[in-house]
Design a protein around this ligand. Structure first.
Ligand code: SAH
Length: 454
């Protein structure tokens, strides 16, 4: 048995799905963050339970050939990147393995179904969205930046390499402004001030949306801040204030008002123009989203006569990118602003063969089935928790020829694929797509078809 604070030598032989290194010591398996496969490290034991333990690197005895010098000063404490110390090739291999592990262990599928990962062209500066928590430290000074790993402590940091340079400039300017006006910042006592900065940019136009998330509708903001931002950054086309009075870890509240400019951002994706409201989901890595949607479209294999259902459609992007290849498109999404965007996006792009429904995906699918809608292809793109068993059941009953599953969580994907394969569907192919370089997250797109249909 190993004791807390004991120093042990570990040979790192694998990575967990969160990107931590795994090393064995006798009967025990230790998890060691910030290591790479092939490292031999001296590590301090932090905690042990039964057969597993957690340890921290004290020294690298032999460095893995996959190691690179991390090029961010906070990469080991920040909750964002976990792979900044290994080469991008090694990262992609780890992410593909994460998908293989999930679909073989949880999904009971053949790992050979998992094709090569589609790497991201940009591995820095790719994020078109930043959520920056803002608060006061113990001395009452403004702090803003990113959450520390596994915590809700704000790590003061004004630069992130995953963000485009303009975000970092805006964040620094806002910090300089708030440093002298801490009373504008939210505290559990005032319940009013700034909780988050939320920035979005449209890669193709360069337009930026600046959003303040405040604790109360009585927060008026500061026109001096807005004026200086507008003057310095002509690309800021929209300034909005979102109000979130709740004490949950959801960042945005239900109420948003526009202080300046348009209430949405406009970007182009797959050759179409999309308006995106602050509340609506939009893929954070735009150019990689085009590759993801391209693969989804290939898997949908539409010939022009089909009825296509796009469940969890957000602002309509996936379905609309396929609408030229099908007869009729039905999109379903739970956020009202996103479905409004989807309707307008269809109209603005001259796409008329559509119907968009604002509802829970499971409920809407059940209703569509009762209406007698017979989709040929269903695309699903749920949040991390995946699909409900009821929705899978409804999809199976509607019996589309193909189901294309776009997933941001291999574990829930694998759980859902197992249910499909037990219910008359076969998984034909799985392609991992790296939408989020340097982080532990990986996307995957899957083609399934009905067992009696090839
Ligand atoms: N396909 C879109 C959005 C994917 S993100 C795109 O590529 O941009 C997942 C979407 O599911 C989000 O827009 C979220 O608001 C929506 N959503 C979450 N829970 C839902 C539910 N129960 N029913 C329908 N949509 C839901």
């Amino acid at each position: 048995m190993y004791r807390k604070n004991e120093i042990i030598e570990l040979n790192i032989t694998a990575l967990t799905s969160d990107g931590d290194g795994v090393g064995r010591a006798g009967e025990m398996v230790f998890f060691v963050p910030n290591t790479a496969v092939g490292d031999i490290v001296r590590a301090k034991v932090l905690k042990t339970k039964k057969n597993v333990g957690f340890a921290r690197v004290e020294a690298i005895v032999t460095a893995s050939p996959y190691r690179v010098e991390p090029d961010c000063p906070v990469s080991f404490s920040c909750g964002g990147c976990v792979y900044r110390h290994i080469s991008y090739e090694a990262e992609c291999a780890a992410k593909r393995q994460k998908v293989i592990d999930a679909v073989t262990r949880i999904g009971k599928l053949d790992g050979a179904l998992v094709k090569d990962i589609i790497p991201s062209e940009n591995i820095d500066g790719y994020r078109n969205k930043a959520m920056i928590p803002v608060g006061l430290n113990r001395d009452g000074e403004a702090v803003m930046g990113y959450y520390a790993r596994h915590s809700h402590r704000i790590m003061h940091c004004l630069r992130c390499q995953l963000s485009p340079p303009v975000f970092n400039e805006i964040i620094s300017d806002v910090y300089t402004f708030l440093k002298h006006r801490p009373s504008l910042i939210y505290t559990p006592q005032n319940r009013r001030g700034i909780r988050h900065l939320y920035l979005r940019c449209a890669e193709t136009t360069g337009d930026v949306m600046f959003c303040i998330v405040a604790g109360s509708r009585h927060f008026d903001g500061d026109t001096a801040l807005y004026d200086s931002l507008k003057e310095k950054y002509p690309q800021i086309k929209s300034i909005v204030v979102n109000v979130n009075a709740e004490d949950t870890n959801v960042i945005l509240g239900r109420y948003t008002h526009t202080v300046y400019g348009k209430p949405y951002l406009t970007d182009t994706l797959c050759g179409l123009r999309f308006d995106i409201a602050p509340e609506a989901f939009y893929q954070v890595n735009r150019s990689q989203a085009e590759r993801l949607y391209g693969k989804a479209k290939e898997y949908a294999a539409l010939r022009g006569k089909e009825t296509l259902i796009d469940l969890y459609c957000g602002a309509g992007t996936i379905g609309l990118s396929m609408a030229d290849s099908c007869k009729h498109l039905i999109g379903v999404e739970i956020i009202p602003e996103a479905i409004e965007n989807a309707k307008r996006n269809a109209e603005r792009n001259g796409i008329h063969n559509t119907r968009f429904i604002c509802a829970d995906a499971s409920q809407a699918a059940a209703t569509l089935r009762k209406e007698g809608v017979r989709p040929d292809v269903i695309v699903v793109d749920p949040p991390r928790k995946g699909l409900t068993p009821e929705l899978i059941d409804t999809i199976v009953q509607m019996a589309p020829k193909r189901v294309v599953y776009v997933s941001c969580d291999p574990a829930t994907l694998a759980r859902d694929l197992k249910l499909f394969t037990e219910n008359n569907y076969s998984v034909r192919e799985i392609t991992p797509v790296d939408m989020f370089p340097r982080t532990s997250h990986v996307e995957a797109v899957v083609m399934m078809s009905r067992k009696d249909f090839n």
